[in-house]
Design a protein around this ligand. Structure first.
Ligand SMILES: Nc1ncnc2c1ncn2[C@@H]1O[C@H](COP(=O)(O)OP(=O)(O)OP(=O)(O)O)[C@@H](O)[C@H]1O
Length: 294
């Protein structure tokens, strides 16, 4: 049997509202929890419409960086600038209109319907106690359709599978129509078809996107640029092809791999040796031996 390459679903391009450039700049970011630095000296820039990936081992600080961009965390040092303005200077409602997030904290236990959860993405655009207007309804319907959730719109959110919930929260972020998307592992619960759909959607949306992904092949296929975080610092940045080298994969991720040309796309494809022993033992920021990587 000859395998036919999958054809990505055609997705309509929807211009993010406002039409202005949306640029995120992180300068010398430091994050500490209970006095312990977990991120330091992180600088990165996502230009208008660019998809910038953060990759790195567990605990390397990726989510902590993203939390500072969607204002779940206040940086211990450094700044996050949105179109040149410090995020901290914007009101919470203004930053919510401009930055939509799919956080790692996924919540749960909500008795709301799928549609109600997606409609929460419209709250930053609404006056207090105002009912949903036509633009809100259109944005919600569009977000449900794009994430293939229209048929589930009436279901209870807390009765969905992990992957379905993840798509609902992604739909909520799309419904927000912010020019900046911050996505923490948006595909980790999705089956392969839905992963491919979400990646195609993100490429088609072309919003300024900061995204964490553990799947390095997905990151290489999606992102314009990658930043590799290791023990809270950026150790490599650039186009996926420049960054994802066998040396870096061994050094940072502790895996044995080669990087070949993808036979279908021509992009970089990491072929990992799953049978090899981990290439190094992990050390914490304090230098303490944390054992071999899982
Ligand atoms: N709320 C918190 N309180 C204390 N320490 C935290 C907290 N959140 C994260 N940390 C620690 O900060 C470090 C970085 O965590 P972070 O979640 O940013 O890493 P990550 O790269 O996103 O990891 P993963 O790939 O496992 O999601 C880890 O050592 C983690 O244990």
């Amino acid at each position: 049997m000859t395998a036919k390459p999958p054809t990505p679903r055609a997705v309509k391009h929807v211009q993010a509202p406002g039409g202005h450039p949306a640029r995120v700049e992180i300068r010398d970011l430091r994050v500490a929890y209970a006095g312990r630095d977990v991120v330091s000296g992180v600088r990165l820039l996502a230009r208008d419409g660019e998809i910038v990936g953060l990759v790195g081992p567990n605990g390397s600080g990726k989510s902590s960086v993203l939390r500072c961009v969607y204002r779940h965390l206040r940086p211990s040092g450094g700044t996050v600038l949105l179109d040149g303005t410090e995020l901290a200077a914007l009101s919470p409602a203004e930053s919510a209109r401009r930055v939509a997030a799919l956080p790692q904290e996924r919540g749960g236990g909500s008795e709301l319907s799928v549609r109600d959860v997606v409609a929460m993405g419209r709250v930053p655009h609404q006056r207090a106690f105002a009912a949903e207007n036509t633009a809100d309804r259109a944005a919600v319907d569009d977000a449900l359709a794009r994430t293939s959730l229209t048929a589930l719109a009436g279901r209870r959110f807390d009765a969905l599978s992990g992957g379905e919930r993840q798509r609902v929260l992604l739909a909520r972020a799309f419904a927000q129509r912010a020019r900046v998307l911050v996505l923490d592992e948006p595909t980790n619960h999705l089956d392969l078809r839905h992963q491919t759909e979400v990646l195609a959607l993100l490429r088609a949306e072309r919003r300024t996107t900061l995204i964490c992904l553990h799947d390095l092949n997905a990151a290489a296929a999606l992102c314009d640029r990658l930043h590799v975080l290791h023990r809270g610092a950026v150790v490599a940045s650039g186009a996926p092809r420049e960054v994802l080298t066998p040396g870096l994969l061994a050094e940072v991720f502790g895996i044995r791999a080669v990087v070949v040309e993808h036979p279908l796309t021509g992009g970089p494809l990491i072929a990992m040796d799953h049978t090899a022993a981990p290439a190094h033992r992990e050390r914490g920021r304090d230098g303490a031996d944390r054992g071999a990587p899982a």
